[in-house]
Ligand binder design. Sequence first.
Ligand code: TRH
Length: 387
Amino acid sequence: MSHPVTQDSSRKLSLTGRSADLFCRVIDNFGDIGVCWRLARCLARDHGWHVRLWVDALDALARIKPQGAAEPGVEVRQWNDDTPLCLPASCVIEAFACDLPPAFVTAMAAQHPPPDWINLEYLSAEAWVEGCHGLPSLDAASGLTKRFFFPGFTARTGGLLRERDLSAQRDAWLADAAARKFDLARLGMAVDAGALQLSLFGYESPSIATLLEALAAHTQPVQLWVPESRSLTVAAEALCRPLRAGDVVRRGALSLHVLAFMDQDDYDRLLWQCDLNIVRGEDSFLRAQWAAQPMLWHIYPQDGGAHLTKLDAFLDRHAEGLPAEVATRLRALHHGWNSANAVPVQDWQTLLGDLPHLASHARQRALALASQDDLATQLVMFNQPPI
Ligand code: TRH
């Protein structure tokens, strides 16, 4: 089916600031749109780009996007196979091989010179990423070449998504008791200053039951903040009661608080204020690292266990500099958490004992990673504007 291509202002905009069409297809969950929204904002805020963010599922974006004020420089449009499309911008970013609409590719091929076509890939710490970052690939149908952009943890990859002022924002918020109190109250969080703070955002895992058991038996009060998510279903089963936003359940030392799903900026604040964050997928996994607090990763499961190789590659890098025995325990816990068998209560207790080591390590890691160019900055340098 062919699509009408309408003229618009993007080419003109590219004369003053660069412009991009960023395409996102929501496969499931919030990671695809989470990453794309963040990238669009970084390109606009930190680099002055004009970004047209094409999303097939606007409802997914509405869940994570701060509501209210528009985002200057980011124009959100819905797309599907029947959506009339516009004249392509000078840079076209295809997120996660989402397959651009054929009519849009035809419109790209009709441009002289054609836009710079970039395929943004998923984040992985695996070594092969360095060899594939930047590689070209011919699109036989259009005769155009697209280039692969691989995020990653090392200098020879495309880097990690991070707003330019993220660390400063985080530190300022943590240092400002009034702002913290105001924001946390807004989220319905009454924080007990003497309690260990944990957040949980993962998939279904049988280890949630043993985690709750370990926290209930902890020697110090614990507040566990659980935004509405797939983990909540398992927590509800373990506690033998339904759970919904606003609920507080007490078991021994543990207070479990269910939070309404919040926007990305508020979710960052939750991560910043916790002593341990359990996160998942790609975007919350990265945000937990920028929170500079200990984290446990629920990796997105893939066929054939491919995700476990990815998990180990991350742990190899992440654990560098930790005492060997702490690193070994952290790896074992990650494997347990990502398996079909429950992590023993004892192992959760050991993790809680390791938190001081993990906290100073997380701060050092975040500092080291933030010394590299962030992903949006690298993408701006990678982009070859049409001559
Ligand atoms: O939602 P996810 O499981 O996304 C996954 C992964 O990205 C995976 O790699 C991908 O293949 C799959 O989607 C399709 O986890 P992730 O990546 O952490 O995304 C969650 C997003 O939701 C992230 O941007 C943070 C955001 N979020 C909020 O905005 N508010 C909240 O309350 C919470 C808990 C999360």
